[in-house]
Write a protein that binds this ligand. Structure first.
Ligand code: XMP
Length: 507
């Protein structure tokens, strides 16, 4: 595997994903965390950083300790750090360099095998290496900086520095450069395939759980479904799943998803808790209070159900890698740990050991594993859906009538997205019921009814998003179908806000 030391760059996860795409396993660690050099560690990559190496507070692990064990590649800040630790001169450029640049090779080396002269790379830096240490070999320059890539020759293992970001797609041959490093320089085998992952994790779950029982909450989403399927393959009937109907799901979703689970052979208990959720949410309009009530009630119900089972030792969860990566804070070298559990903090209240088979996978890898497990598209291609469900898409207080109205509008929208193929082109879509009534006219009647907003976004990970440019004809048809078929709605609007500054959900 490859270890990526994170210095706080916004691109660190992209480095990891581009290595994973080569079917090579890698892990991200905070930059100051000591690396444990088990025999499977074949190389280290140092990420970029919002720091300057000349900042007093800049994090500076000792490169010699790393390069004593394995090859090292420094990207941007990483490259400046290696140069500085060997007496090189790093300073602010006259002009900050952002965007496209083209490499001119000074010495052709393994790192740039098959990479073309003049290849386009992506720069994003204000500092750069002005003078290389004497023993270093200059590999490449660009028209604006003297050192775009170098090799250090004073360590037991090969050490490279590159000023540009090979991990972003604008670096046309960036993936090839990463491959040259991890495969040709480090000698990694490209064996981390979905099939290998599935086989290994089933074996690992078997070894850990043995003949004990596991309980797990399902949500209908891809993560919990893939995790449950893996656990089920490992321990069969000793996995007990619980799927709570909180009354805030999409129209008919509870029944459809239960049916899907039965197909997969999962042992799932459906719990109808609609009334409890509606009762507790009665009159509540503050979004954070809604979230808290729903989260707590979910835990209560899950615990009640789990207690009905005897002798359960383990709790299964669909936690994925972006939820557990320890990331470096941009405000200082202190290390903050992001940790959110996708089913609302269950581990703290349940005295059980965790089984999290997807803990080291990115979302796209979860889908690939799901495909390997032959899961249906209704699970694999499903849009993300928030835990609190339609509660945070009904602005203001929630009533069962409003839920039904929104479910009907949402069902029309979702079906049209599917019928036109737009569903797979957008990352997430949904309808929002606004708390305003406005005047309309239907037939000869004046109406005074609610407005539904349509939301559809394109995104990679939900952190940033753009509104999807759905065709006008499509929007016209949705609007018409909703207003003609859903009682209580006389107006449809389309949300054209990106994130940031808006968010995907309205609450
Ligand atoms: P925002 O609205 O923050 O949403 O742009 C980003 C992504 O997170 C989902 N989301 C949630 N998911 N519990 C969840 O499980 C929540 O409370 C929650 N709030 C937002 C949202 O649907 C989008 O995919």
């Amino acid at each position: 595997k490859i270890i990526i030391l994170d210095f706080g760059s916004q691109y660190t996860q992209l480095i990891a994903r581009s290595i994973r795409e080569l079917n090579i396993y890698c892990e991200i660690l905070p930059c100051l965390k000591p690396v444990t050099f088990t025999p499977d560690v074949k190389g280290v990559i140092l990420s970029g950083s919002p720091f300057s190496v000349n900042d007093a507070a800049a994090p500076k692990p000792d490169i010699a300790e790393l390069a004593a064990k394995v090859p090292v590649l420094g990207v941007c800040y990483g490259a400046q750090l290696i140069a500085q630790q060997n007496g090189g001169h790093v300073a602010q450029s006259n002009s900050r360099e952002y965007g496209r640049a083209h490499l001119h090779f000074a010495t052709k080396e393994t790192l740039f095998n098959t990479v073309a002269e003049d290849t386009q790379v992506w720069m994003s830096h204000s500092d750069s290496v002005k003078e290389l240490p004497e023993s270093f070999t200059l590999l490449a320059t660009t028209s604006s900086i003297p050192v775009a890539a170098y090799k250090a020759n004073n360590y037991p293992h090969p050490v490279y520095g590159i000023q540009f970001h090979p991990e972003v797609t604008h670096s046309t041959e960036g993936r090839q450069i990463i491959k040259n490093f991890v495969v040709d320089v480090c000698g990694c085998e490209q064996s981390f395939t979905p099939a290998a992952f599935v086989e290994e994790s089933i074996a690992a779950i078997k070894a850990k759980v043995g003949a004990e029982r596991v309980v797990m909450a399902l949500s209908g989403g891809v993560d919990s479904t893939v995790a449950a399927t893996l656990i089920h393959k490992a321990i069969g009937e000793n996995l007990y799943c619980i799927f709570v109907d909180n009354g805030l799901l999409r129209k008919n979703e509870f029944e459809q998803v239960m049916e899907g689970y039965k197909h997969l052979g999962l042992n799932v208990k459906g719990v109808d808790a609609k009334k409890r959720f509606y009762d507790e949410l009665d009159g509540v309009s503050d979004p954070e209070r809604k979230r808290k009530i729903i989260g707590r009630l979910f835990i209560d119900i899950f615990q009640e159900e789990a207690q009905l089972l005897t002798g359960v030792k383990f709790l299964g969860q669909g936690t994925i890698y972006p939820d557990v990566i320890e990331s470096v804070s941009v405000n200082g070298p202190s290390v903050t740990i992001k940790s959110h559990h996708n089913v609302g903090g269950l581990p703290d209240v349940m005295q059980m050991d965790l089984i999290e088979p997807l803990r080291f996978l990115f979302k796209d890898e979860v889908r690939r594993a799901g495909r390997e497990l032959q899961l249906d598209d209704i699970f694999l291609k499903r849009h993300p859906f928030p835990g609190p469900g339609l509660a945070i898409r009904i602005l203001g207080a929630i009533t069962p009538e409003k839920v039904a109205m929104l479910q009907d509008a949402d069902a029309i929208y979702t079906q049209l997205l599917r019928d036109t193929g737009e569903y797979d082109r957008v990352w997430q879509a949904g309808t929002i019921l606004l708390p305003v009534q406005s005047v309309g006219v239907m037939g000869d009647e004046r109406t005074y009814e609610f407005t539904v907003a349509l939301r559809a976004v394109t995104s990679v990970d939900g952190m940033t998003a753009d509104w999807a440019h759905l065709p006008y004809e499509f929007l016209a048809k949705v609007s018409n179908d909703i207003i003609n078929n859903v009682r209580g709605i006389n107006r449809v609007v389309y949300d054209i806000s990106s994130k940031p500054p808006a968010t995907i959900e309205w609450e």
